[in-house]
Design a protein around this ligand. Sequence first.
Ligand code: NAI
Length: 468
Amino acid sequence: MSDLYLRIVNTPVGKTAAQSLGLPAPVPLERLKRTDQPFIEGNVLVGAADGGKAIAALGNTLGASAAVLHHASGNSSLSDSSKAGNKARPLDLSAENSETFSALVFDATGLKGPGELRALYDFFHPTIKKLGRNARVLIIGQTPSSCRRPPQAAAQQALEGFVRSVGKEIGKKGATANLLWMSPGAEEQLESSVRFFLSPRSAYVSGQVVRIGKSAASPTINPVAPLTGKIALVTGASRGIGAAIAETLARDGATVIGLDFPSTMAELEKVTTAINGKPLACDITDADAPGMIADFIEEHFGGVDLVIHNAGITRDKTLGNMPEHFWEMTIAVNLTAEELIDEKLIQRELINENGRIVCISSISGIAGNFGQTNYSAAKCGVIGYVEAMARQMKNGMTINAIAPGFIETQMTAAMPITIREAGRRMNSLSQGGQPVDVAEAIAWYCNPASNGVNGNVVRVCGQSLIGK
Ligand code: NAI
C-alpha cells in the first residue's frame, strides 16, 4: 500500500514545503535488498561502562562485520571499551572528529548504580548528533530482575527510559534505538539479536526492550539462509502480513505450509506456489481444525519447526452495540485457536526440538482502542498466553509475540483517511510499516541462534506514541 505523503515530502519541493509549514518529513526506511547484504556497514562506534560483560562478544560480532569498527577512548568512565578487541580502532571522544556513524553500540551491563549512568552521557553526548540516516543505537544491559542490589536494578531499569527517549529524538532521521537486557552469562546468546537490531531487517522496530536468557550454546549462524531445513506453518498466509511472513521464511530457507480459509485458495496457492510451499485450506476455528492441521503436518513432513499464528480478524463495535457473534468470532480466531492448535501439536509431539512458536498481538492489545474491546482483549490475551507458555518451553523451544502497530495492508487501507493518516504519523518514524517489517522480526525469532529469546513481546510499530 502506498504512502503518498512520504513520497511527496522526499522530493526537493515537498521537503521545502514541509519544512516551511512545520510538517513532519519522514525519512524513507532502508530495508534489506539482498540476503547476502552485510548486516551493518559504515562507521560503528562501540563503548562500554566499566565492568561491561558484553563488550568482548560485541567486538567479536562487529569485528566480523563489514563495518569500520571504532571503540570509545579519551574518557575514564569508558576505559573498558578497549575490550572490544583489536579489530576496533580507538576514537578519542574528547577530541573533535568528523565521523558519521551508522551505529552506536553501548555495553551498559557493568552499571552498578545511578551514579554510573554518567557513562551513557559520556558516550552518547559527543556522538548522537553524528548519527547518519537510518542509523542504529543499540544498548546492552542486564535484566533488572537478575540484579541483586537495588541501585544496580535502578541503573539497569533506567536504560529503558533512556532508550525510549533516544528513539524519539533520532526517529526523524529514520534511525532506531533498542535495548537488549541479557541475563548473567547470556553473552553467547546475543549475536542473532545484535545482528537483527543493527541491520535493515529491523527498519521499523524502535524503542523496544528484549530479554535474552542463557540457554544451550547457540549454533553457528548461516546469515544467508538461517532456516534451511526448517518446516514452517503460517496461518492467514493468503495475503497481507501472513503472505509476507511465508515469503520471508521461505527466503531464509524454510519450507512453508501456508494455511488460510478454503475461500481464499486461489490467492493462497499463488503465494505457496511462488515459494515452493504447500497450501492448507482450513478455518482455524473449526472444532476439528487442530487435529486436521496435526494430521497434515504428520503426513507430509513428520513434524514442524516454526508455528506462526498470524491469522486474525477485527469485528469493531462499541461494547454496548456489539452483537454476540462479533465477540465470539474475534476471541476464537485471535486467541482460542492458537492455544488449541499448539496444545494439539505439543500433545502429539509434532513440534521438533528447538521449535519456535510466534503469535501476533497488536498495539490495540497493549493500549486498548475505541470500538475494539473484543480485539484488544484477544490480542492482550495473546501476551498473557506467550508469557505463561514461555515458562513451560522444553527441548530448546521458544515462544514469543510480535505486536504490530500501523502496517500498510488492505486492512489499514480500508480505514477512513483521517484515522489512517493519524495511525501512519503517530510514531517516531512518522510513517507506517510494511508487512515485511513484521515478517523480518518473526524470522529473527525463528533463527536457530535466537534460542535465548523467549517470552518476549516486541512491537513492530516505529515506536508508536500510544501504549508503552
Ligand atoms: P488480513 O486481514 O489482511 O489477513 C488475515 C488473514 O487471516 C486473511 O488471509 C484471512 O483469510 C485469514 N484468516 C482470518 N480468519 C481465519 C480463520 N478463521 N481461519 C483461517 N484463516 C483466517 O490482516 P493483516 O493486516 O495481514 O494482519 C495479520 C495479523 O496481524 C492479524 O493477526 C492482525 O490482527 C495483526 N495486526 C495487523 C495490523 C495491521 O496494521 N495490519 C496491526 C496489528 C496487528
